[in-house]
Structures are given as C-alpha cells and as structure tokens.
Design a protein around this ligand. Structure first.
Ligand SMILES: Cc1cc2nc3c(=O)[nH]c(=O)nc-3n(C[C@H](O)[C@H](O)[C@H](O)COP(=O)(O)OP(=O)(O)OC[C@H]3O[C@@H](n4cnc5c(N)ncnc54)[C@H](O)[C@@H]3O)c2cc1C
Length: 451
C-alpha cells in the first residue's frame, strides 16, 4: 500500500463524535485522515440542533408577541418561511467549509466518500483502500426503518429543515421530541393543519407524565391535533398530497397532509460499514463499546450516536469522542466513561426539560423521596412574560436531602435545568441550593423555590 494511503488514525464521520478525535490525534503529531459521505459538520450543526434552534428563535418571537399581546405590545406575528430558512442558512451554509478548513489546517487529510471496512485495519472509500494503525467510528444515527407501505413517501427531519415553502397541512409520524418541536415550529409559522400521530398513550414517553400533560394542553391550545394510540399503517399518494392511515382502538382512521414527516426514533447508522470484516461487534443499540470507547477490535474506537453507550445527544457525543481520543493517544485504557447527570430539553414552547431520575424510576428503585410538583402559572416569572403553562417536579431524597431528579416546563426551563444538573453533579443538597443567591428577577432565581 502506498504511503499516502496509510495513516496512524482514520476517523469515519465528520460530526461531533469524530472531529474532536481527529484534531486531538493531529495535534499530537499523528498522521490522520477524516472521511464523511456528506458535507463535514455532522447532524447537530447541519441537520439537527443548531438549524432547528434558529427556526425556533423565529417562532419564539411569535410566542413572546402573542403572550404579551394586549399587555402593551402590538407586534406582527406572521412568519415568512423562506426568510426564516435563509436565516438558518446564514449559519449552516458556512459550517462545512469552516469545519473542513479547520481540519485541513490541523494537517488532517479530508476525504469525501462512504467508507466501509475490508479488514481489521483497512477500509475502502471511493474505490481506494486505506489502512491505519487505529480507526475511530463516528457515523451517527439515521431515522429508523418503519417497514410500512409508502415509507419512501415520508420526508425526513433533514428535508423539513430545508423546506423552501411553509407546509400547509403537515403530519408528523410519532410524538417524539423531533415531532413535537417541528409541530410547534410549523403551527407558529402559520401551517393550517398540523397533526401528530403517536402510537402510545402520550407523546414524549421519557419525560414526566404530569408535565407532558401540561405540554399537551399547550400544544392543543396552539391548534396542533395530537392523536395518541394512533399507529401509522401506511402512507399513500393522494393528488399532490398524501393520505396517512393509522390504527386506533376504534379501528382504522386516516388523515391527509401535503407533507408527512418521519419523526420516529433514530437508530445507529452502521448497516453499510461491513463491521464484520473488522471483527467489530454490534447490536440493535449500536457498536459495542467498552467504558473506554474501545470496540471489540482493540485497535478501533467508536463514539456518539453509532455506539451502544449514552443517549443520542450532542454533548454526550462530544464527551465520548474526548474519552476515545484520550485513550487512543495514551495507548491504553486510562480514561473511563462516567456520565454526570445529563439534562435533556424538548425545545417546544413552553420548553420541557429533565435531568436525573423520573418519579417512576425513583419509585422502582425503592428510593424514599419527596416529589415536589406544582404549577407556577401564578409566579411572578410566569406573570411578567404572560406564560400560561409552567410547572416543576423536583424529587428530593429524604434523609440525604439530595436532588434525585428535576423536571420543568416553562419559558426558563432550558436554562434552569442546567443549574439542577450542575447542582446534582456537585452533590449540592436541596438545603444548600436554597441558600444560594441568584440574580433577581431571573428564571434562575425560581430554582430555590422549587425545592
Ligand atoms: C432534527 C434533530 C434535532 C436534534 N436536536 C438535538 C438537540 O436539540 N440537542 C442535542 O443534544 N441533540 C440533538 N440531536 C441529536 C444530535 O444531533 C446527535 O446526537 C449528534 O449530532 C450526534 O453526533 P455524532 O458525531 O455521533 O453523529 P453525526 O453528527 O450524525 O455524524 C455522523 C457523520 O458520519 C457520516 N457518515 C456516516 N456513515 C459514513 C460512512 N460510511 N462513511 C463516511 N461518513 C459516514 C455522516 O454523513 C455524518 O456526517 C438532534 C438530532 C436531530 C436529527
């Protein structure tokens, strides 16, 4: 094999879990190649969190204006969809060049193409064989296959974030976080009919049921038609639009849309890698990794959404990449994966946020705790912004006074939850948190009153 085709490290995947590792190795003087089949940047920067939040920033403007309507604010609340997408592109269009340029500046060989394994330390990309002492797999996740007729008619979350025109009638398959966030964006942007079809009794199954109920009320008030116990059976073309058939306890029903979005779960994006050729084991949950991010082939690491480790979130991918990079460079397993409490947020309006144990899990574990649940609509922080769907549930362990979990809904939830995560990671007791001083009036200053 020519010298140009052999490396110290090959990284497959140019997203959050891949790029950091490539840079760490290049900075240490390793000869590194980084490969992506799509523009460099990965899901978060180009097709996920970041572009999504730019659309939400616009619809947040709508929400603030509506909440304060009649309270001294006269504002237009119509959204120009093409302008909003153009606004998003001011960020996303520049990212691949910026990221690729950064990798090249670090001395990394950047390759475009789909990689697959041909041996223990060899891959094929664009018809060429490359070899490396080590490989790092960071190929992310993809929408799960539904195996239903008409599946090919579904738009993906990536398609949704690129829509040139506002959809008029849109149907979301599943009531997961992507569906709920995109449904809120669509409705505030002026879509006439927005329907969410959720198979189980309620959307957002991983979140606290009492707070999800409050979000469902807010979602219904916004005009979104949330149908639960609705299992999608098939999608058919119907003129310029689509008809979605779904099963309910009462029989089969249908709903029409000019766009149907696949918003069900995402699964590890590993089918095309020929992992068997490299003796890298995997399951439905992803590539099998040790707590040191090493795969079953000791020369190969994996991290992020493609690995069978933590939840599919950007900060988790970054953290796993960092651990893989440290162990790669050390040449031994010295840095172990140890997750602090991981907050997660559904960026609907109001936001729903959670960290630590749910009430149900805490009960299953037999823990002795107080569940402090209250609506906060009458609190000053809600009144001053006209928020009508706000609440919290905080679990405090009896005896130790430790926070076991925090679950929040409201306009400040996405920031307040980080304070709870920090307090839990630092083992601050409820009593200690109560004695902290936060700037007033702020959403943070509510935290002490929640425990
Ligand atoms: C719509 C949406 C919204 C989200 N919102 C949030 C949020 O608000 N907060 C949050 O924390 N997380 C969010 N996520 C999840 C987050 O984006 C992911 O957890 C994170 O981006 C995973 O990073 P990664 O590096 O593991 O994978 P990715 O960023 O997906 O990178 C994988 C890369 O590998 C490439 N690749 C795959 N196979 C090959 C191959 N064979 N050869 C070469 N290249 C290959 C892909 O093209 C891709 O660029 C969201 C995801 C989606 C889809």
């Amino acid at each position: 094999m020519s010298d140009t085709n052999s490396f110290d490290l090959i990284v497959i995947g140019g997203g959050t879990a891949g790029n950091g590792v490539a840079r760490m190795a290049a900075n240490a003087g390793w000869k590194v190649a980084s490969i992506d089949s799509l523009p460099f940047g990965g899901t978060c920067a180009l097709r996920g969190c970041d572009p999504k939040k730019m659309l939400i920033a616009v619809t947040e403007g709508v929400e603030w204006a509506r909440s304060l309507d009649g309270k001294g604010l006269n504002a237009r609340t119509d959204v120009n969809w093409p302008d909003m997408i153009a606004f998003k592109r001011t960020f996303t269009d520049a990212m691949p060049g910026r990221i690729e340029g950064g990798l090249e500046k670090a001395g990394i060989t950047v390759l475009h193409g789909e990689a697959r394994f041909t041996g223990h330390n060899t891959i094929k990309v664009n018809g060429e064989t490359l070899s490396a002492r080590h490989l790092h797999i960071a190929t992310g996740a993809r929408p799960m296959t539904l195996n239903i007729p008409g599946e090919e008619l579904l738009a993906t979350s990536t398609d949704f974030l690129e829509l040139p025109e506002r959809p008029d009638k849109v149907v979301f398959v599943s009531g997961g976080f992507i569906a709920m966030e995109f449904a809120h964006i669509s409705k505030r942007a002026g879509a006439r009919e927005v329907t969410v079809l959720e198979m189980t009794d309620r959307p957002l199954g991983n979140f606290d049921p009492d707070l999800v109920n409050i979000l469902c009320e807010a979602t219904a008030e916004l005009g979104i038609d949330l149908r639960t116990r609705a299992k999608v059976l098939k999608i058919e073309k119907n003129g310029t639009g689509f008809t979605v058939a779904y099963e309910t306890p009462k029989g089969t029903e249908t709903v029409d849309g000019d766009l149907v979005v696949h918003a069900t779960g995402r699964v590890p994006n590993i089918d095309h890698l020929d992992l068997e050729a490299a003796d890298v084991e995997y399951s439905r949950r992803g590539i099998k990794v040790s707590p040191f991010m090493r795969t079953t082939n000791p020369a190969i690491f994996a991290a992020g959404d493609c690995a069978d480790s933590g939840p599919n979130l950007t900060p988790v991918s970054a953290n796993e990449g960092r651990i893989a990079g440290k162990n790669l460079l050390a040449g031994k397993d010295e840095c172990e994966l140890n997750y602090p409490p991981i907050p997660s947020v559904v960026f609907t309006l109001p936001q729903l946020a959670s960290v630590g144990l749910s009430e149900a899990v805490a009960r299953d574990k037999g823990l002795d705790f107080d569940a402090r649940f209250d609506k906060t609509v009458g609190w000053y922080s809600s009144l001053r912004v006209g928020a009508r769907h706000t609440a919290y549930k905080v679990l405090v362990e009896k005896g130790t006074d430790k926070i076991l979990g925090a679950h929040l809904i409201g306009p400040g939830a996405k920031e307040q939850i980080n304070l709870f995560a920090m307090a839990m990671a630092a083992d601050l007791t409820a009593n200690r948190i109560k004695r902290l001083i936060f700037a007033y009036p702020s959403f943070a200053s509510d935290v002490g009153s929640m425990i």
